[in-house]
Structures are given as structure tokens and as C-alpha cells.
Ligand binder design. Structure first.
Ligand SMILES: [Zn+2]
Length: 278
């Protein structure tokens, strides 16, 4: 006869716990005997609210939920489901996005892309404050390249776990890699006019290159890119055949993974804009 509790307890041991105390079928069987005493208790509790034909299954569900899944160490399911990212983190160093300031190389690939697509070549915006395009600058700014790895995904997953807290049986997932959105284009300003030494007495001379060169483009705040993706929190459960399945219990689009910086003068404005294909 199919023994659902035995099947589930064995599956949990084999996938998540590997407890040497339950290495043999005999040891697992003894524990499942104890689980059955819990099941009797739950059946008693459920008797009034549950149809007789469904009682055994409902009590099994409670045993699985409360005595098997809820007693797991909180992170174990999460780390097994994200095994690849956690392994990668052991051999790869993650990026530190807070130190990233995108240089010209990080947008170079866009020139090839536009050439292949035979659309207009992108161009640096100069001063975002002077941008006069039809679409908002946030929609036509071409995102810089970041070489995200699974080690970075692991860092982002750990941060999400820290923010939301994790319960036994839950696992977090992030779509990877994240996508960049221009959050703040910032602006360029001109430094104050300062007369050269020769003209300091006359408050400067309009025809003197030395005086005029004192006015320069300057940047105080870098443009900010935010990298976002979809966060899902899943919970595991076991069906009537004792097979594991996961249900998403929380979905957040636009979950922020990192913020990076770029000199606003180097923001590339591309031809067709966000979400349009070319
Ligand atoms: Zn001068």
C-alpha cells in the first residue's frame, strides 16, 4: 500500500536533510510510526470540520506541514533550490555595485547593435538637462553593460532573505540577470567664471582664452542606474503522490538589486527607445 507519509519523510531526508540517524529505511519507518501518532491527534482535531472521506488526507497534510516541513532548518530548502548560485559563490567573487561607475566601454556594444540593426547611431547626451527628445530620457537612455554572475545572484538572494525573513519550506528566486533603468539622469553645470592672473584686477577679459577657459563643464552628482528584477517567494508542499511542488506565495516586480553610477555626459541616447524592437 502506498504510504504517503513515509514517501514524503524519505523525500525530505534525501533532498534536504541527509540526517545519518535516518539513513536506513528501518530508522525512517520508526519515525513515521511516531508521525502517525501525530496524525491521529490531527484527525481528532479535524473531525468536526472535515468530511470523513477527506479526513485522512487532511490529517496527512497537517503532519507534512507542521511536523515535516515546519521543522526544517529555515534556509535549507532555499539553498538546495538555488544550489547553482550558492556553488558559484564559492568560486567567484561578487561585484560590488556601489563602486561601479560605468565608463565608455560599458556602452560601446550599442554602436555594434545599432549598426547591425541599421538604425541611427546612438550618441552621448552631453547634458541630460538639454535633452529635448519626444520620449522621456529614462526611456531612451541605453543601459550600460554589467557582467552579472550567479555569485551576484547569491548576494542578491541573501539580501532578499535578510529583508523579508525566511520560513522553513520557503525558497526565494530572482529572475537573472537584472535589468537597468535610468533612475536619475543628473545634470552638468558650468563652473564659475574666474579671471586669469593677468586680468584679475579687471574682473576678467571677454577676449582672453585664459579667462574663458575657467568656465568648464562639471558634474557634481553622477547619473544613477537602478537594476531591478522579479522576486518570487515559493513554498514547497507535497501532493497526494508524495511529490514535491512549489507554489509562489509572493511576487514583486521591480525588486531592486543594485544601483550604479555613470557620468551623465556619457549617457547614450539610442534610436527607438525602451521596449521597442530593432
Ligand atoms: Zn584673462
Amino acid at each position: 500500500m502506498f504510504d504517503r507519509l513515509f514517501q514524503v519523510f524519505t523525500a525530505v531526508q534525501e533532498r534536504y536533510l541527509h540526517d545519518p540517524a535516518f539513513a536506513t529505511a528501518e530508522a525512517r519507518r520508526r519515525h513515521v510510526e511516531w508521525l502517525r501518532t501525530r496524525k491521529k491527534l490531527f484527525e481528532h482535531e479535524l473531525r468536526d470540520e472535515c468530511d470523513e472521506s477527506y479526513l485522512s488526507q487532511a490529517a496527512d497534510n497537517l503532519v507534512i506541514e507542521r511536523e515535516i516541513i515546519a521543522t526544517l532548518p529555515p534556509r535549507v530548502v532555499h539553498e538546495v533550490h538555488n544550489n547553482w548560485a550558492y556553488l558559484a559563490a564559492e568560486v567567484t567573487d561578487p561585484l560590488d555595485p556601489s563602486t561601479v561607475q560605468h565608463d565608455e566601454l560599458s556602452t560601446l556594444h550599442w554602436y555594434d547593435r545599432t549598426e547591425q540593426a541599421t538604425v541611427d547611431t546612438p550618441a552621448p547626451v552631453g547634458d541630460p538637462a538639454d535633452y529635448r527628445g519626444f520620449d522621456p530620457i529614462e526611456e531612451v537612455a541605453l543601459p550600460p553593460q554589467m557582467h552579472w554572475t550567479d555569485a551576484d545572484k547569491k548576494v542578491a538572494l541573501d539580501e532578499a532573505v535578510r529583508i523579508y525573513g525566511i520560513e522553513p519550506g520557503q525558497w526565494f528566486d530572482l529572475e537573472w540577470p537584472p535589468v537597468a533603468h535610468l533612475w536619475d539622469p543628473s545634470h552638468v553645470y558650468q563652473s564659475a567664471f574666474e579671471p586669469c592672473e593677468a586680468h584679475v584686477e579687471d574682473d576678467g577679459d571677454d577676449d582672453c582664452a585664459g579667462c574663458q577657459d575657467s568656465v568648464r563643464d562639471a558634474v557634481e552628482d553622477m547619473a544613477q542606474w537602478k537594476w531591478t528584477t522579479t522576486l518570487r517567494i515559493h513554498e514547497i508542499s507535497y501532493d497526494g503522490e508524495g511529490q514535491e511542488f512549489s507554489t509562489p506565495t509572493y511576487v514583486e516586480q521591480g525588486y531592486e538589486v543594485a544601483a550604479t553610477q555613470q557620468d551623465p555626459r556619457q549617457i547614450l541616447i539610442g534610436p527607438p527607445g525602451q521596449g521597442r524592437y530593432w
